[in-house]
Design a protein around this ligand. Structure first.
Ligand code: SAM
Length: 237
């Protein structure tokens, strides 16, 4: 379970109302039961319930069970999708080990107003489910134009893998393997794809590697999972 407070041996943690209700009423935890907590900073800790009140569960911190992992360098940029698919890509990007999740508004992006809190909540929930101790950073949305003009300054020497269904190269595995040892990002377009102009501008950048994810057009959410799996299988992070 993800919590805000610091976690240290012998410390006490009081849960908020919603999490108390979840532990006491849904999971039926009672005094003496154990729960693993993490906060994205102090690793994972075994804790024991000292109160099982549905309004305010408290726990004592018993033992560290995992050290904090360093944040992942993998950057994932995507054009925002409609609600359910948006929730899905945040969950999957978190599971697949993205460290920075960046919504990018493009010409054909249909969704421009994002509920940032909801995206963060999705990243936290996926982290809880998949034991990701460092919750990815969900950055505020930016435009493709701004992203490209600040790429070097903000992303350093990170290479950008552009998922591009028009890419003719038949060897995405070799293309990604050639980036081993470098920080990388993955950029996925919107439901309507990138405009021809956007695609040209992107492909002209020295830091961009256009990669095909196979001969079929994938949905943007499927392309995200396929692209992140390709990167993790070859480079890992
Ligand atoms: N209309 C569908 C949808 O609703 O999601 C398909 C959209 S597809 C054009 C969206 C993005 O997925 C593209 O901009 C590209 O980044 C990525 N994509 C889809 N198929 C791909 C492929 N075969 N190779 C590489 N990237 C792909």
């Amino acid at each position: 379970l993800y919590v805000e407070p610091d976690l240290a041996l012998g410390g006490a943690v009081a849960l908020q109302k919603e999490q108390s209700l979840y532990l006491a009423a849904v999971l039926r935890k009672v005094v003496g039961d154990e729960v693993v907590l993490f906060n994205g900073r102090d690793g994972a800790w075994r804790t024991r319930l000292t109160s099982d009140s549905k309004k305010s569960v408290t726990l004592e911190v018993v033992e560290q069970v995992a050290a904090q992992t360093p944040p992942s360098e993998l950057w994932y940029g995507f054009a925002p999708l409609k609600t359910e698919r948006l929730d899905y890509v945040i969950q999957k990007a978190t599971e697949m080990g993205a460290g920075i999740i960046q919504p990018v508004l493009t010409r054909y992006t249909q969704v421009s107003r994002l509920k940032h809190d909801r995206l963060v909540a999705n990243a936290i929930e996926a982290s809880e489910q998949c034991e990701v101790l460092t919750v990815p950073v969900v950055a505020p949305e930016t435009t493709l134009e701004k992203l490209l003009s600040t790429w070097g300054a903000e992303q350093g020497d990170r290479q950008l893998i552009l998922a591009d269904e028009s890419e003719a190269s038949a060897s995405p595995v070799e293309q990604v393997a050639a980036l081993r040892g470098q920080k990388v990002g993955l950029l996925i377009g919107p439901e309507g794809g990138f405009s021809e102009e956007e695609r040209q501008v992107l492909r002209a950048q020295a830091f961009v590697t256009p990669v095909s994810l196979g001969p079929r057009i994938l949905r943007a959410d499927t392309a995200a999972v396929a692209g992140l799996a390709l990167i993790q299988a070859i480079i890992g992070d």
